[in-house]
Design a protein around this ligand. Structure first.
Ligand SMILES: *[C@@H]1O[C@H](CO)[C@@H](O)[C@H](O)[C@H]1NC(C)=O
Ligand SMILES: *[C@@H]1O[C@H](CO)[C@@H](O)[C@H](O)[C@H]1NC(C)=O
Ligand SMILES: *[C@@H]1O[C@H](CO)[C@@H](O)[C@H](O)[C@H]1NC(C)=O
Ligand SMILES: *[C@@H]1O[C@H](CO)[C@@H](O)[C@H](O)[C@H]1NC(C)=O
Ligand SMILES: *[C@@H]1O[C@H](CO)[C@@H](O)[C@H](O)[C@H]1NC(C)=O
Ligand SMILES: *[C@@H]1O[C@H](CO)[C@@H](O)[C@H](O)[C@H]1NC(C)=O
Length: 302
């Protein structure tokens, strides 16, 4: 049984060239140069002129880089790879058909096939993943004036220029996950790099800390930013405090002035009233006298 299996394996090897690529995806940093490893074995000594190497996109079979008759053959190369690819030509005879891809872009992510032919042929496909670290996250909030406990505040956490999309997690000061009232948007720019914005809406407590943790598992990177918001309803900002004090002083002065004026007015009107009473009395005397005079006049004429 084992012998049969061994025979089968040997038979396969006799037919095909043993082409090897990494089994785990290669992670290439955005903007840097990447090596897509491909090695072949199982051939005896050969002339370079007998070797053909084709790197292709696995799904569309478009040419990434071709080599035969001892030189690069780039006439059918996919446009977006032009001037960005090369083989290690001095390493070809020793079975190294790796591809050097320069200035890696997001669009380069995908599956690549390495096809090699010398005497016989073989191929293998590998995955390349692109990664770009995000900028440090930044937390802002609004409205930022006169916050009171109980107010609803929207905290925004933003980070730029990363790939792939990040995982965003909000935590309070005690390290508890805050998952309610969180909205996340991740928008790609023309280069395919994401901007991430996560908005957390919270009801303020007198003083609370909120942190935004951003993680990119592919890069094994994690970054975080925190804010502490103090919302104390009784404490005024300095300007408002001085304005309030000034207003209070003005009001007090006004009241004192008003009281003084009133007192004087009251006293004056009292005096006036007394004077008025005397006047009335005088008039009454006069009237009585007049009537008496009229009366006596009438008496005289009768
Ligand atoms: C390519 O292969 C070489 C030799 O096997 C290894 O040292 C290197 O880490 C590999 N590079 C990548 C990107 O897989
Ligand atoms: C092929 O050669 C290049 C350049 O020396 C090297 O970086 C790469 O690791 C080699 N790959 C393998 C699979 O040996
Ligand atoms: C390599 O090419 C030379 C001349 O082109 C030839 O003499 C030689 O036999 C070739 N060797 C192999 C291994 O094919
Ligand atoms: C590739 O390089 C050549 C020579 O440097 C240049 O003429 C050509 O425009 C470049 N192609 C691209 C797509 O950049
Ligand atoms: C918070 O969420 C993350 C991811 O969902 C999880 O790994 C972690 O254990 C959680 N922490 C707490 C304290 O719930
Ligand atoms: C989410 O926010 C809305 C509006 O800000 C609020 O009415 C609601 O109670 C919040 N829900 C939770 C679970 O905090």
């Amino acid at each position: 049984m084992l012998a049969l299996l061994l025979c089968a394996v040997l038979a396969v090897h006799a037919d095909a060239l043993d082409v090897r690529v990494p089994v785990t995806p290669a992670v290439a940093l955005f903007g840097s140069d990447a090596v897509l490893n491909c090695s072949f074995s199982g051939v005896s000594e050969f002339n370079l002129s007998d070797l053909s190497v084709f790197w292709q996109l696995s799904d569309t079979k478009r040419a990434v880089h071709s080599f035969w008759q001892s030189r690069d053959q780039l006439s059918d190369q996919e446009e977006r790879f032009s001037n960005r690819t090369s083989l290690f030509q001095d390493q070809l005879v020793s079975g190294n058909a790796s591809l050097l891809l320069r200035r890696v872009r997001v669009a380069d992510e995908g599956s690549y096939s390495c096809f090699v032919r010398v005497q016989t042929y073989g191929s293998a496909a590998m995955l390349m993943q692109v990664a770009a670290p995000f900028s440090k996250p930044l937390v802002t909030w609004g409205p930022d004036s006169a916050l009171k406990p109980g107010d609803a505040v929207a905290l925004s956490c933003v980070a730029y220029g990363g790939y792939p999309e990040a995982e965003v997690l909000w935590q309070d000061g005690a390290g508890h996950n805050l998952t309610d009232n969180v909205t996340v948007s991740q928008v790609a720019n023309e280069e395919g790099l994401f901007s991430v914005k996560s908005v957390l809406t919270v009801i303020l407590e007198p003083s609370s800390t909120y942190s935004c943790r951003l993680s990119q598992p592919l890069l094994g990177e994690e970054a975080q930013a925190s804010v502490t918001i103090s919302a104390q309803g009784l404490v005024f900002p300095p300007l408002a405090l001085w304005l309030t004090v000034a207003l209070a002083v003005c009001l007090l002065a006004l009241l004192v002035a008003l009281a003084v004026v009133c007192r004087r007015k009251i006293r004056e009107s009292c005096e006036e009233m007394r004077a008025g009473e005397e006047h009335i009395l005088a008039t009454q005397d006069f009237l009585t006298n007049k009537r008496m005079f009229q009366w006596s006049f009438l008496m005289d004429t009768m």
